[in-house]
Design a protein around this ligand. Structure first.
Ligand SMILES: Cc1cn([C@H]2C[C@H](O)[C@@H](COP(=O)(O)OP(=O)(O)OP(=O)(O)O)O2)c(=O)[nH]c1=O
Length: 632
């Protein structure tokens, strides 16, 4: 992410990968892109001889794959995607195009042509930006191709057949997979390896950078064209001309990328008089004469030592609504922010500078302004506002974590120390005042809204006609489900005091069927009927006896074939990853985080089988399981 924040430009867009290729999915998932997969139905039957060059064929096929998906999604009145990505990989040898073999004999024919020779692998990629005007789909197409040269060793007939019988060649262009057994056939690769595997990631990122950050003409000479530009590179270059030299060097350092991630360290590459960041980390020794040994400092430990200061700076700036003021009125000088907020000028200036250092704000001669990420995530009305969760972290989690030492010594939650009252029941604490209730709901809403798309599309849920989100709070996930599955009826079941306060969180335009809200206590009351039940961020909070009550009740109302979708962070089997979940455990609720096998085991105990996991790599993972058919 930090290497290439340009991908963050896609974070608030609905991105669709029009490909069934698991390799393409993996390559893009690995770099943190959030997207849906809608395989294309376009048949790869374009007349090859009508293309002057093989790459033109690959590009056109990629384009047609993506256009077919864009049109289908638009026509089906699913929400039109913002961006559709299509790709097509071909192998060429002796001016012949090889696609996927149709059978083993065909695979043999292809592989024997490749034996002992160099061949080219071309992947054509189409990036289609879609918009809907009236009822019409409008598209802007960007395409490109990448070529990689691969040389095979001489392959004996016996080896070829052994390889073919492994089954690997059948779904791959040229009949081989360089990333697996096929790698053993390869003598050398010249060019982008991932291009051979099906997706030229590096070229894709460069294309996105060209699209989203076209470099201003007079500063182009500063940019290294062979590197992927980071967001900062171009912004710095374009802004740098007009700003006072005081700000030039440090401006934008460590800026948040749009995914909310920070590069681990500021990146500089000084050229001429103004600094231009290349987007790649250079050793500390290259900066301002800092000695090489500084680079050896245990930077991770130093970051952890300062981590609490950074968190608190974010919390306080959020609590004082500085990001809101800057969104509406920025750029503002420190004195203006102080006047708006009612704080001291010197304290405000220090806090604003800290936020710049953390990459949350930008500072120019005109004053301070929000980064794109601050507008999206940190303002209270931002598209994916985390404001509610940040305030919850400040007001609730911070005091608890301040007492972590006692929590570890005693092995229990520290509400009595943090808030002077005992939390007999998890939610009693949240609901004793209207303010605390609203704060907790805003926090839950932040996370639910941010993760809703990933969860709703983690599995194809179109088979379910009715869904009940148990503890679904403000209905953020429910609304997303209805957007994606317009025929689904979705009910949110939550406590009466929650349902009484949902109106503030409802989407302003209701362009789909409404969500039904039903109040009740899922431990005590009858559950609404549904084909699919959802428990999102519920199980980790409760002790085993409560989970037993809840899962027994769900199991009892589930008909065979109905399903349960659990959304939690799934721990690895060692239970030390991802850190987010492990750190969350430290708040010492009576519940616990679980690994994949623990969830599987738990769900099986209540008659749910065929458990499937979707590790999203983002805030929540998804686990889908089905109620077992009754034995005859
Ligand atoms: C050469 C080579 C290709 N491949 C794969 C990448 C592509 O998935 C496949 C080429 O076929 P494509 O038609 O490009 O893609 P696909 O059919 O898998 O998916 P879709 O059409 O839905 O996008 O071959 C490898 O995985 N490894 C390799 O070494």
């Amino acid at each position: 992410m930090a290497l290439n924040p340009v991908l963050g430009k896609l974070v608030s867009k609905r991105v669709v990968l029009a490909s069934a290729s698991p390799r393409r999915q993996e390559i893009l998932t690995n770099v943190g892109l959030r997207f849906e997969v809608v395989p294309s139905w376009f048949k790869e039957t374009l007349e090859k001889s009508s293309f002057a060059a093989p790459y033109e064929y690959a590009i056109e096929t990629a384009k047609q794959k993506a256009l077919e998906v864009a049109n289908r999604m638009h026509v089906k009145h699913l929400r039109t995607p913002d961006v559709v990505i299509g790709a097509d990989t071909i192998v060429t040898v002796d001016e012949q195009i090889l696609e996927k073999p149709v059978d083993k004999q065909d695979a043999y024919r292809m592989l024997s042509r490749l034996s002992g020779k160099e061949h080219s692998v071309f992947t054509g990629v189409a990036i289609i930006h879609c918009s809907s005007k009236g009822n019409q789909l409008e598209t802007e197409i960007t395409d490109f191709y990448e070529e990689t040269k691969v040389k095979f060793s001489d392959l004996s007939e016996e080896l070829l057949w052994e390889y073919i019988h492994s089954g690997e060649p059948m779904d791959k262009a040229g009949g081989y997979g360089i990333q697996a057994l096929g790698g053993m056939l390869v003598e050398y690769v010249h060019g982008d390896f991932l291009n051979v595997v099906g997706f030229p990631l590096n070229h894709f990122c460069k294309k996105l950078a060209e699209l989203y950050y076209p470099p201003p003409k007079h500063t182009v000479q500063h940019i290294k064209h062979d590197s992927i530009p980071s967001v900062d590179t171009f912004e710095n270059v374009s802004d740098g001309e007009s700003e006072s030299s005081n700000f030039t060097e440090h401006k934008g350092a460590n800026k948040l990328d749009s995914s909310g991630m920070c590069p681990s360290r500021p990146v500089y590459n000084c050229e001429n008089t103004s600094s231009v960041r290349t987007g790649f980390t250079v050793p500390l020794g290259n900066q301002n004469g800092v000695s090489e040994s500084a680079a050896k400092l245990p930077s991770k430990i130093l970051d952890l030592m300062d981590g609490f200061k950074a968190s608190k700076a974010l919390f306080v700036a959020s609590k004082l609504k500085m990001f809101d003021y800057l969104k509406n009125k920025g750029p503002l000088k420190a004195v203006d922010v102080a006047n708006e907020v009612g704080t001291s000028v010197c304290g405000t200036e220090r806090l604003l500078d800290a936020c710049v250092a953390l990459g949350l704000l930008e500072k120019t001669s005109q004053g301070y302004s929000n980064t794109d990420s601050a507008n999206i995530y940190l303002t209270s009305d931002g598209e994916y506002s985390l404001h509610g969760y940040i305030i919850h972290s400040n007001d609730h989690l911070w005091p608890l974590f301040t007492n972590l030492e006692s929590a570890v010594r005693e092995g229990s939650r520290q509400n009595h120390r943090a808030f002077g009252r005992k939390a007999e029941d998890l939610f009693k604490d949240y609901y004793h005042s209207q303010e605390v209730k609203q704060r907790f709901m805003a926090a839950m809403h932040s996370i639910a809204h941010l993760t809703a798309r990933d969860l709703a599309t983690a599995f194809d849920l179109s088979q379910f006609k009715s869904t009940c989100d148990l503890g679904g709070c403000t209905g953020a996930l429910a609304h997303e489900l209805i957007q994606i599955y317009p025929n689904m009826k979705v009910t949110v079941f939550d406590l009466p005091e929650v349902i009484a306060n949902i109106s503030y969180f409802q989407p302003s335009e209701q362009c789909t069927a409404p969500v039904t809200f039903v109040s009740g206590d899922f431990f005590k009351d009858n559950l609404p009927e549904a084909d699919l039940y959802i428990l999102s961020r519920v199980l980790h909070d409760w002790p085993d006896e409560k989970i037993h009550i809840l899962l027994s009740k769900i199991s009892a109302v589930c008909k065979p074939g109905s399903a349960l979708l659990v959304a939690e962070i799934v721990l690895d089997e060692q239970k030390t990853h991802p850190p987010r979940a492990v750190l969350q455990s430290l708040s010492m609720t009576e519940g616990k985080q679980r690994s994949g096998s623990e969830y599987k085991q738990l769900l099986e105990k209540y008659g749910f089988t065929n458990t499937q996991f979707k590790i999203t790599g983002t805030l929540l993972d998804a686990v889908l399981c089905f109620k077992k058919n009754l034995s005859p």
